[in-house]
Design a protein around this ligand. Structure first.
Ligand code: PLP
Length: 463
């Protein structure tokens, strides 16, 4: 009997929701069915997904940002196939691998000059865990400062740096010594650091939850304050890195030099889990300071050949296809075109972002009928209005988007960086139509709104 993945997929072509409900997290299936996202995707190429009827969807979620070079990129596929067929000695452990050295070198070509060492791991949250441990060990201090509304991952250390209660509830006690300050608030940061007992300040250069962009002097001042008080400055670029914001690193918008950069998501083209921390030589040499500490922090699968090969191929594609430049150009076009609609629509507050990390924020309108309808949704569940945009975008315009976080009226776009001008025009006209429809009361979109509000209220009552 031969083993075949294609046969398995053919035999179970419509079983995925049943299997998932039975063996994995059935609440996720409930959510997908409730909002009508229960599709059977069969194929994915570049920025597009295709369902079993051959319908094309423009994917502006890109697996939460991992498919920056697009899905199933042929260059990465061929690098992975080649790596497999070479029968390389993978993960020998009492050895080092050439591919990890090469990927480390390529990444460090892109980072600020003060960073010249790399640590590899398997995910964004693991990169943050490493940064926490490395900062504590290097500074001999315990405290870590993070920002309100920041997101750094869901393992216990990283979770201790996530302010959002929905993620923390019931999982405590978390790491001691983690203190939050408002994002973009230098006075609060200075106050938190001034006791000279903080190991690290960790910050996303552009916050993922809500796509919050700091003032231009914020990160340069963060760097200065961290130096002044002996705190390590950690840039969490797990989401913003590798071209997402229209520069290779988001910190490049402000020319700052953090002591560590955490990265993951886009680094391996979406094929293999990977994470990394770029750091100063001093941090690396302090943590790994003796031979008996050579493996004091690490992970069994880190630096595996598939992740390293995918990383090398992905960085090659980023450069060959000029994806950073495309992210800046098409992303800015989308933001400007959506902002141009704001005069037309009371619900639309603004579009903001950098490159292809884009937020579209909605607001309570002035006219009475619209205001009452908005209030009905907010009372049922804060941020529910966004579903009245994302659901029609998906069902009518075949565009996959997400809300930017819990309890906020912000839709977020995190597309593959290879969007074309045709995709851009499709996005803008679809938003125009979807937003226009929300201004029609009564109308079918508000029937959906009432339905969603009903579900939300039932959920609150534990249904
Ligand atoms: C800024 C940031 N840090 C860390 C993480 C955690 O990464 P992962 O989900 O790979 O653990 C994320 C994930 O969204 C992120 O956006």
């Amino acid at each position: 009997m031969t083993f075949s993945i294609s046969e398995l997929l053919a035999q179970h072509s419509t079983d995925k929701f049943d299997l998932y409900e039975q063996y994995l997290n059935n609440q996720l299936v409930r959510v997908l069915k409730t909002i009508g996202y229960d599709r059977h995707y069969k194929k994915a190429v570049g920025q597009y997904l295709y369902d079993q009827d051959g319908t094309e969807y423009l994917d502006l979620l890109s697996g939460f940002g991992v498919f920056a070079i697009g899905r199933n990129h042929p260059t990465v596929i061929s690098a992975l196939k080649e790596t497999l067929t070479l029968e390389l000695p993978n993960l020998v452990q009492l050895d080092v691998s050439v591919l990890s050295g090469l990927l480390g070198r390529e990444i460090l070509k892109t980072t600020p000059d003060n960073l010249n060492k790399i640590f590899f791991c398997n995910s964004g949250t693991e990169a943050v865990e490493a940064a926490i441990k490395f900062a504590r060990y290097t500074t001999k201090r315990e405290k870590i400062v993070f920002c309100d509304h920041g997101y750094h991952g869901l393992t216990m250390g990283a979770l201790s740096l996530v302010g959002d209660e929905i993620f923390r509830e019931g999982f405590g006690p978390l790491l001691p010594g983690c203190i939050s300050v408002p994002f973009n608030d230098l006075n609060a940061l200075e106050k938190a650091l001034s006791g000279k007992d903080v190991a690290a300040f960790i910050v996303e250069p552009v916050q993922g939850k809500g796509v919050n962009i700091p003032d231009d002097n914020y990160l340069p001042e963060v760097e200065r304050l961290c130096k002044k008080y002996g705190t390590l400055f950690v840039a969490d670029e797990v989401q913003t890195g590798i071209g997402r914001t229209g520069k290779f690193w988001a910190i490049d918008h402000w020319n700052v030099q953090p002591d560590m950069i955490c990265m993951a998501k886009a680094l391996s083209g979406g094929f293999v889990p990977v994470g990394a921390v770029a750091m100063t030589q001093k941090i690396m040499d302090t943590v790994y300071n003796r031979m008996d500490r050579a493996v004091v922090h690490g992970s069994t699968f880190a630096k595996n050949n598939m992740a390293m090969a995918a990383g090398l191929a992905t960085l090659h594609v980023m450069e060959a296809e000029k994806l950073v430049e495309n992210s800046a150009k098409i992303g800015t076009d989308i933001i400007n075109s959506l902002n141009a609609l704001s005069g037309k629509y009371e619900f639309l507050k603004e579009a903001r972002g950098k490159g292809m990390m884009i937020a579209i924020e909605f607001q309570s309108p002035k006219s009475l009928t619209l205001k009452a309808a908005w209030a009905m949704l907010e009372a049922a569940n804060k941020g529910l209005f966004c579903q009245m945009i994302t659901i029609p975008l998906f069902k009518e315009h075949h565009i996959l988007t997400q809300v930017a976080g819990h309890g906020m009226n912000v839709v977020k776009l995190l597309p593959p960086l290879n969007l074309t001008t045709k995709d851009r025009d499709h996005i803008v006209s679809a938003f125009d139509k979807a937003i226009a429809d929300t201004h029609q009361i009564p109308g079918s979109i508000w029937d959906l709104g009432k339905n969603l509000a009903g579900h939300a209220l039932k959920g609150k009552r534990g249904g």
